[in-house]
Design a protein around this ligand. Structure first.
Ligand SMILES: [Zn+2]
Length: 101
């Protein structure tokens, strides 16, 4: 993982691996976004993909935000349930290692 520039010179962040085989993937429930005054994004996957994810903190809780980018620049945002920050971190690690979706 890490940051690498491709031939266009843009910088990329994390790309999700293909889902891992074996075992049951952790199924994330995606909900309509809740309003929050102050969301801090702690980590993110690369937005060069049609779907990207962000690990967010708000009001002392953690959650993952999923953004689906349409062909015409429209974005559809959904969010996981809000959980304890450390549970959100565990979910994030499962997601970026291909064990959750
Ligand atoms: Zn990328």
């Amino acid at each position: 993982m890490g940051i690498a520039a491709d031939y266009l010179g843009r910088f990329h962040s994390i790309h999700l691996p293909s889902p891992q085989r074996g075992g049951q993937p952790w199924r994330i429930t995606w909900n309509a976004p809740l309003h929050a005054d102050r969301v801090r994004v702690r980590a993110w996957t690369c937005d060069c993909r049609a779907v990207f994810y962000e690990l967010c903190h708000a009001s002392g809780q953690g959650f993952i935000r999923k953004t689906v980018q349409g062909e015409h620049g429209q974005r559809m945002v959904s969010e996981s349930d809000r959980v304890r920050v450390k549970d959100a971190q565990a979910l994030w690690e499962a997601l970026i290692s291909g064990h959750a979706r």
